[in-house]
Design a protein around this ligand. Sequence first.
Ligand code: ATP
Ligand code: MG
Length: 684
Amino acid sequence: MSAGLNIAQQDAVNHLGGPCLVLAGAGSGKTRVITHKIGKLVQAGLEAKRIAAITFTNKAAAEMRERAKALIGKPAKDVLICTFHALGVRLLRQDGAVLGLKQQFSILDTDDITSILKDCGATSDTATARQWQWAISAWKSAGLNAAEALAQATNDNERHIAVLMGRYEERLSAYQSVDFDDLISLPLKLLRDHAEVREKWQKQMGHVLVDEYQDTNATQYELLKLLVGERARFTAVGDDDQSIYGWRGATLDNLKRLPQDFPELRVIKLEQNYRSTSAILRAANNVIGPNPKLFPKTLWSDLGEGEPVRVVDADHEDHEAERAVARIQSLRANSSHKEFKDFAILYRANHQARPFETALRRAQIPYKVSGGQSFFDRAEIKDLCAWLRLITNNDDDPAFMRAVTTPKRGIGHTTLQALGNFASQYKLSLFESLFSHSLPSAVSARAVGGLHEFGRYLNELEHRARHTLGTEAARTFLNDWLKDIGYEKHLYDAEDSEKLAAARWNNVLEFCDWMAGRCGGEVDESTGIADERKSMLEVVQTIALISTLSEREQDQNVVTLSTLHASKGLEWPHVTLVGVNEGLLPFKLDDADNDLSAEALAQRLQEERRLMYVGITRAQRTLAVSWLKRRKKGRETVPGTPSRFIKEMALDQTTIKEDPREKLKALRAEFAQRAQAAAAADKP
Ligand code: ATP
Ligand code: MG
């Protein structure tokens, strides 16, 4: 497992007996160390299922699984490669009963949570509910419960939210549901308060590896400590200069605490960057330079000086998009990395994607927006997930409400309201209420009939899902179910445009395909190995965690549009950073936050600087940075100033202004290429 590793990387891979921290800059091969170390551990005789590798996103997990498979083959399948949240789910499914959680609990998404909070706080204002959600989440990720939050609240608003948090927690436990923060805090509680569970897991975990360690928060660190126990067999890799989730509670204290909490910690630094040219690396080092140094490091590359970093000034958003697309066309004509997947356009905030989408479409260049609306956020997919959630967890009231009304089944608003009142009066879930003897006292005889029928159908579905194993059976199950509830017709009735309805139905079919695939049993042609078959019910239990169909998207040959945050850990030959303006990157430090202390402001600026550093270091061969001379701010257009980071990149000698004639040249080259391809296609 030492092929393709330098000496320091080999050191990290071979240190198996105790705690190890790899602290190194971008592109120095930290993630590579983790993958190779998985291989090394298996080779050294540790059972694959006793290895856990924790990544920051599901996508990163899928990628690591692929790499591990290429390295060690079949055993890679048994390694637990997942995010902290998915690990939390596993802990809770296995041992959550100790906390009174049934095995088939539901995981709520943001919309569910907002609507529960609206209900708890008697408001219909989504923005307010979102604010509450944000505050509650911050408390939870700092490890506070409602009572503790109340005790430390400093003003009426905070006290009010802390009280709401209490009600919210009661609801969640009644619904047998958890939110994303619970996926870390409940396992933590489980391991902290229950010695027998803790010992079992510590025995089970032969080695734990954590990527992007700098972005763990306090509760994740505690969870890691409890998982590895006294033996402390773990490997964490990270880069303090890439900590960009401070706003979500991630803390660099975790990096500082590691050597204190584990005195025998082996710290390894990597200094060679294998990703970027010297010109790109120099710009990155210059930008991060002004930040205080937690752990000083020098990063160098022997990939040569490379192309100078370009600075592009655009008149406005659409102009910026046009230029970014022209750059892609020109590089495709002139560079050896010319596949669409070699290009990325990165920006600070999601809403900045729109002009680039339009320009790419116009140029007929395929792209994907990562970190944007996920497949699972689409209404039709949420409908189906609500049904599936409900059959795994009957107590999931938000899922019940969605399923019983989609498609409509003649159970009206009045009946549902009466059912809701009845359920809360008798402290039952909506589903349980269906079968209560006293139900006829609350709703009309006709409604009782409809409700009973719904309940019976759910029971039948659950029974079938439990006994549905493998891809083919899953397909039949899903087909029958959609037919039973008339979902296709529902879509066509709901949409005015037939085209839109068809697109939504296509999403449904894609979802079914994907679900069926997850039920397994199919033979992988390349390896001849059949996936383990899983029951529909088992698969359904995991869907709430998967936020994108990332496994499928991976190989697509398309240009990536992404937020800087979502670009972490990834790399592309050609990168364009756009909207590098004061007020965008760094994000408005001054106007909205007048009340921030000088210290808080300085910290915000440091995090913005790290974000810029992350962006620059995604580029392998060429990098362009563009800024807007005029930019939209709400409904207005205001003059734009280049970000201070552009100056700080100190590109003076190497900056090239874009030549407008270049675009023409690129278009000509593209045209010639197409003509050539067309001519070739014509030949017999
Ligand atoms: P980031 O901080 O951005 O997450 P990283 O430190 O995790 O970066 P990797 O993604 O592991 O870095 O590696 C960056 C690139 O360098 C990858 O393409 C990887 O394959 C390559 N690389 C890493 N180490 C070596 C090596 N010893 N020899 C050749 N290529 C290497
Ligand atoms: Mg990495």
